[in-house]
Design a protein around this ligand. Structure first.
Ligand SMILES: *Cc1c(COP(=O)(O)O)cnc(C)c1O
Length: 404
């Protein structure tokens, strides 16, 4: 458990019961957080936001003047982000782009298409025109050094995967691009998003190996590689909500890479580590009951609104906000043991938001704010399962701080 910002606590206390469950997003805190990240990065590193972490239009717009662009992973995200933040730079990746998706890359004038296969390269080229070439990066599934992969929670590269080109296929694609076979495509470099959940030192090592390999690829085909997108995947520690990815160390590591290569532009595209900290899922306790040797608190809502703990297999960090409001004539139930497992309203034993949370006398009617609910939370949830009411949404514009 950790503390809630006062603006969020106030909202938890004042929300009407009819508005629960609720998602509350603090956009001022989000902007402050991302500004701090931007300030830690060298000039020749562009910061894109991976929209799939949380594509709420208010969040996309709050980031508009603090990021350099957005990474979109589908035709749907492409249309959505282009509408929410018109005119912003877009990088378009994702495996299995349909013919409509590829056509949309042209109509939305995307900055870079991340090409995921030889077939996709051909299909994109067939839609392109030499007088208005579209910019491409080759997404490559590179083998990673063991050291880089050791701490990874979710490895997406360096092993068999549907993402990106195998290194051998990347050689073929590079040859076709470098020899001018596709005059409607302009080749700038390489994209690789290889792992999620790494700390700064490991991610710097990953970035170094991607850049070295990319420059080698260019050299083998007589092409100058001027851009490398090293992906996202910066760790968010759900067991320690107060601890954050070491952006200063990461920025310093990237500076070592760009300092020795004056022609190179790097790009990163984090999702989770940008927005996770600025969202809360707030609800109240409907029931408290003993069961064999344990106690359960059942809250309004559940993992059909906040799927993160079920998807990642962790306990979502939370803060209890006690309320003395109790309009009923019957007594409030309260826990009697030192810990309680907090579950939702779904008829499945998997609907656990947090197991064995240390509490004393948690009562029906008390409120709980689940933290780190700003990324891969509402938008990945199976909201229609069991047909419970949807949450309400609240955006705090707050005061922006000068840094963390
Ligand atoms: C999901 C994704 C990201 C963002 O990953 P995070 O772990 O949220 O930082 C970046 N790039 C690509 C290609 C992705 O698929």
């Amino acid at each position: 458990m950790s503390g809630l910002p006062s603006s969020v606590r106030e909202r938890v206390e004042t929300l009407d019961a009819a508005e629960l469950p609720a998602y509350v997003y603090d956009l001022g805190a989000l902007r402050t957080h991302v500004r701090t990240i931007r300030a830690a990065l060298p000039d020749r590193v562009e910061l894109y936001y991976a929209a799939k972490a949380n594509p709420e239009p208010e969040i996309l717009r709050a980031l508009a003047d603090v990021v350099d662009g957005y990474e979109v992973s589908s035709g749907g995200e492409l249309a959505h982000v282009a509408e929410a933040v018109p005119g912003s730079a877009l990088a378009f990746g994702g495996p299995g782009k349909s013919p409509d998706d590829l056509a949309a890359a042209f109509t939305h004038d995307v900055h870079r298409v991340h090409v995921e296969s030889i077939g996709e390269l051909r299909r994109l080229a067939a839609l392109s025109t030499p007088d208005r070439p579209i910019g491409v990066l080759l997404r490559v599934n590179l083998p990673l050094a063991e050291r880089a992969l050791s701490g990874s929670a979710l490895a997406m590269g360096g092993r068999p995967s549907p993402f990106g080109l195998d290194p051998m296929q990347a050689e073929l694609a590079a040859d076709a691009l470098a020899t001018g076979r596709f005059p409607g495509l302009r080749w700038y470099g390489v994209h690789a998003h290889l792992a999620s959940g790494l700390d700064a030192a490991d991610l710097v090592a990953v970035a170094e190996s991607i850049v070295d390999w990319s420059i080698g690829l260019g050299a083998r085909h007589g092409a100058d590689i001027t851009e490398v997108n090293v992906g996202g995947g910066m760790n968010v520690d759900y067991t320690a909500p107060g601890r954050r990815f070491d952006w200063a160390a990461y920025g310093a590591g990237l500076r070592r890479i760009t300092d020795t290569r004056p022609e190179l532009r790097l790009r990163i595209e984090p999702g989770r580590a940008l927005t996770a900290y600025s969202g809360w899922y707030i609800t109240d306790v409907l029931d408290v009951k003993p069961s064999h040797h344990a106690e359960f608190a059942i809250v309004r809502g559940g993992t059909h609104h906040l799927r993160t703990p079920a998807a990642k297999g962790h306990d979502q960090p939370c803060s209890i906000v006690r309320t003395e409001r109790w309009p009923h004539p019957w007594p409030r139930a309260a826990t009697t043991t030192p810990t309680v497992t907090v579950t939702g309203q779904l008829c499945t034993p998997k609907d656990i938001l947090a197991a064995e949370v240390p509490v004393s006398a948690l009562r029906t009617g008390d409120r709980i704010a689940f933290e780190l609910a700003g990324a891969y939370a509402w938008n990945i949830s199976h909201r229609d399962f069991l047909m419970h009411p949807l949450p309400s949404f609240h955006f705090l514009y707050g005061v922006e701080g000068v840094g963390e």
